[in-house]
Design a protein around this ligand. Structure first.
Ligand SMILES: Cc1ncc(COP(=O)(O)O)c(C=O)c1O
Length: 469
């Protein structure tokens, strides 16, 4: 009886969440009970889950926003690959990952040595602050000056991050007034295709992510006034728009933006009173010195309206260290600091010490240069291999370590193609759908693997018949 009551509650919540049946009261619900669904639920996994949990509806204790969230696509892929590994290995197709957006080489030697040295320092093992040690913030400011020629005040315009993912998620959280009312939701405009976490960060903050389509025909630099007109035409209230999030160079497209375009984006944000969030995680991964990706602060007066996020993860292959910084508008940084001061106690000081040291060192710059040469070489090998297999029309980007390629026309979806490539050849790519609705029909290839693996990828694709046509 107890389980049936629980199952009834589940059904009630389920029907309500679907909003198919306008269940306003328990009486309405009683009249609308579909006993067949109820019986199915009783004998389904739900029943088993309830029984296992001693009758507690654990899921029901969590808020509506987390119920709506998707598990990060990379974790889902990792789990599938782990399950298939024995079977693939047995048929000589052990998985080769072209899915992770993370360099595979070791970080610079200097940063490791600096960490080892820092570990011995007196007082290094105690709490830091969420703001970051002064030497860390000063090193970040120096980097901003050296790399982009911009002045950032290390005391008021910089805050340390536990990786830019943490920073972005918490920053979005302080912008949005959460609501479950769909019409009242505040909006963050995000690139599509774009980093999969953006939309989830907005969802769990109780807001709505509005997709900005990035299209090849406008060089992935959409006219923001037109996007805004469309947003209004689609029935959205422009007053609900809190921020515009941009990411150049872009994950997954590798697209870069001109300084001219960044200027127009700053103007757009100022005109509409929208905060500008620039995710600059890939600004150091570029192939042509004359096309060095810019910081948003190279645009005059961008600081009035913008913040920018930087990360050690990609340029120094330090993804596990979780080091980054936010900089820009002092008021925005201060607001962010209020939240962070209660959420965390900052980064381990030894990591900050080592990070600060590599950031402006000759070794750090050389390391970035060498990595970019290697990515460029890998890109050439991938482009050659894909062309030999019949891929003709795809963009070869000037930045990042990604390729964004269309799926062969015989497949119905990118998920179907990725699935086939994995199950047949053990090659792991990411279906474009994971980066947004405008990612359909494409897959993202990460080109960070060693050369022998690239050769193996194309050997397998040829043997297993993975041609474009
Ligand atoms: C566009 C973009 N932004 C931010 C991040 C997060 O980087 P991290 O948290 O390691 O600094 C990633 C990671 O893949 C990314 O692709």
């Amino acid at each position: 009886m107890y389980y049936i009551t629980c199952t009834l509650i589940v059904q009630y919540k389920f029907l309500k969440s679907l909003q198919i049946f306008k269940v306003a009261s328990f009486k309405d619900f009683y009249n609308s009970i579909s006993w067949d669904i109820l019986l199915t639920l009783v004998y389904s996994n739900w029943y088993n889950t309830l029984a296992e949990n001693g009758g507690i509806l654990m899921q029901e204790l969590f808020n509506d926003y987390i119920q709506d969230m998707e598990t990060y696509i990379m974790f889902r892929i990792k789990e599938t690959v782990a399950k298939l590994t024995p079977e693939l290995t047995a048929k000589n197709r052990a998985p080769i990952s072209l899915s992770m957006g993370a360099p595979t080489q070791a970080p610079p030697q200097g940063v490791i040595k600096a960490l080892q040295k820092a570990l011995e320092e007196k007082g290094i093992h105690t709490y830091s602050t969420s703001k970051g040690e002064k030497y860390f913030r000063e090193a970040c400011a120096e980097r901003m000056k050296k790399r982009f020629g911009v002045d950032i005040n290390p005391d008021t315009e910089i805050y340390s991050l536990i990786g830019s993912k943490e920073g972005l998620a918490n920053f979005i959280r302080i912008l949005i007034n959460p609501t479950t009312n769909k019409k009242e939701k505040e909006i963050i405009m995000v690139p599509d295709p774009g980093y999969a976490s953006y939309k989830e960060m907005v969802k769990v903050s109780g807001g709505k992510a509005y997709s900005i389509p990035l299209r090849a025909e406008d060089n992935y630099m959409p006219d923001m006034e037109k996007v805004f007109e469309k947003l209004i035409a689609n029935g959205n209230n422009p007053k609900k728009v809190k921020a515009l999030l941009i990411n150049y160079p872009n994950n997954p497209l590798g697209a870069t933006a001109t300084l001219e375009y960044l200027k127009s984006v700053v103007e757009f944000c100022k005109k509409h009173h929208i905060l500008l969030i620039s995710d600059a995680a890939y600004t150091d991964m570029y192939f042509k010195p004359e096309l060095k990706p810019a910081s948003i602060f190279q645009v005059d007066e961008a600081k009035d309206i913008a913040v920018e996020f930087f990360s050690f993860s990609k340029p120094y292959a330090m993804t596990g260290w979780r080091l980054g910084w936010i900089c820009g508008n002092a008021e925005a940084v201060k607001m962010f600091g209020k939240l962070k001061s209660s959420l965390d106690s900052g980064l381990f000081k030894a990591l900050q010490k080592a990070g600060a040291e590599i950031l402006n060192s000759e070794e750090g710059d050389k390391y970035i240069e060498q990595s970019n040469l290697m990515f460029r070489k890998n890109q050439t090998l991938f482009v050659k291999g894909l062309k030999e297999l019949g891929w003709k029309n795809f963009n070869v980007p000037d930045a990042t370590f990604y390729l964004w390629i269309p799926i062969p026309p015989r497949y119905k979806s990118a998920v179907e193609f990725s699935d086939d490539l994995l199950k047949t050849s053990g090659i792991v790519v990411v279906p474009g759908d994971g980066f947004g609705e405008y990612g359909k029909g494409f897959v993202r290839i990460s080109i960070v693997c060693p050369e022998e693996q690239i050769n193996e990828v194309f050997k397998r694709m040829k043997e297993d018949g993975f041609t474009f046509e």
